[in-house]
Design a protein around this ligand. Structure first.
Ligand SMILES: Nc1nc2c(ncn2[C@@H]2O[C@H](COP(=O)(O)OP(=O)(O)OP(=O)(O)O)[C@@H](O)[C@H]2O)c(=O)[nH]1
Ligand SMILES: [Mg+2]
Ligand SMILES: [Zn+2]
Length: 331
């Protein structure tokens, strides 16, 4: 039988097959091979055991889920205050995984003027995102929200307290737990704890997530970050230095076109490059990186890493990430 894993609780995998739910374990041989099953995986199973994991179309780690069609990034226009940095972080994260992205701005009822709306359209419409304003509380924009989910498996992501669970509750007869944004910090405390694919009926599936808060770009190298910003693509080949970071370098095509790139987007870019620099340092301290050359045409001490060593360093870090996911999974 071939079905999709929609929920995992410690050692038990819950599989949907022709409308029925099967509780399975993982065959010993797969465990020995250290194969991991994630929510969203299509698996072959028999007699209460998963025997084969089918190849994944895509896969993200936080939340750990496979085979998704799109990411819906939920922000709140207020409470918590809209953070363009956070939004750009989610956008870049989805871009890294090659996933289609929809931007949804919830709590529209709290917005007292159109400034936020105008700003959002100005920044994100040229980047070709589908943009949606909703209010889970007042029912605004919910038909559109429903129709963009139709026929797809969507991951909802966004900071705690923006209303992800509330939106799901508002468009379905599901009743997920929701919680007041903490008065003290102005931030939500995570109410949603595990990751599960939920059927909304109508051929729509969503993954409500514990809004991932510690997502950082500490798994990429600084010069890989510009790939996550579509608006930089037309210019970046024109920089003088091939590994230009577009921050301090001279004759940088991005810097000379900053008029065409939104300021908050560029600021986010710099913030992510800083995080990636931390990663680069970490790799260095793990002692797996070798200095093969100092760039001659660049005054700065830029270290070039042999690609084989870089890959091995990355693998180590990725394994740590996997381990983190495993640890988080204990419900
Ligand atoms: N005013 C207003 N409040 C809303 C809206 N949507 C949600 N809320 C409130 O915001 C708070 C947080 O909502 P949740 O749905 O729990 O947020 P969440 O994104 O699921 O949060 P986590 O599960 O912690 O990641 C709750 O008190 C909701 O009632 C909205 O459209 N307008
Ligand atoms: Mg929630
Ligand atoms: Zn440049």
């Amino acid at each position: 039988m071939l079905g999709q894993v929609f929920k995992i609780h410690s050692d038990f995998y819950y599989i949907n097959f022709q409308g029925n739910v099967y509780e399975c374990k993982l065959r010993e041989v797969l465990k020995k091979q250290k194969q991991k099953v994630f929510v969203g995986d299509f698996v072959e199973f028999a007699d209460g055991a998963i025997e084969k994991i089918l190849p994944r179309n895509n896969f993200i780690l936080r939340p750990a889920v496979a085979n998704i069609d799109q990411v819906v990034i939920i922000s709140a226009v207020k409470e918590p205050e809209l953070s363009f940095l956070q939004l750009n972080r989610y956008i870049a994260f989805a871009k890294y995984h090659g996933l289609n992205t929809v931007l949804c701005f919830n709590k529209n009822d709290l917005s007292d003027d159109d400034t936020t709306i105008e700003r959002v359209f100005k920044i994100y419409e040229p980047l070709s995102f589908d943009i949606l304003f909703t209010s889970a509380l007042e029912g605004y924009g919910l038909d559109e929200f429903k129709s963009l989910l139709k026929g797809k498996t969507s991951v909802l992501c966004g900071a705690s307290g923006v209303g992800k669970s509330s939106l799901i509750n508002a468009i379905s007869d599901i009743n997920l737990r929701t919680k007041e944004v903490s008065e003290k910090t102005g931030r939500g405390t995570h109410t949603t704890r595990h990751c599960e694919i939920i059927s909304l009926g109508n051929d729509s599936y969503i993954v409500d997530t514990p809004g991932f808060s510690n997502l950082k770009f500490d798994f990429l190298l600084p010069n890989e970050i510009d790939n996550l910003f579509d608006e930089m693509r037309p210019f970046k080949g024109q920089c003088k230095y091939p590994d230009c970071l577009h921050i301090n370098e001279t004759e940088c095509a991005i810097k000379s076109h900053l008029g065409q790139i939104d300021e908050t987007r560029y600021e986010s870019y710099i913030a992510f490059v800083d995080e990636a620099k931390e990663y680069k340092e970490k790799v260095k301290y793990q002692g797996v990186k070798t200095e093969t050359a100092n760039k001659k045409n660049n005054k700065k001490d830029t270290v070039k890493i042999s690609s084989r060593k870089r890959q091995s360093a990355r693998n180590t870090l990725r394994q740590n990430v996997y381990k983190g996911v495993e640890d988080e999974r204990i419900d």
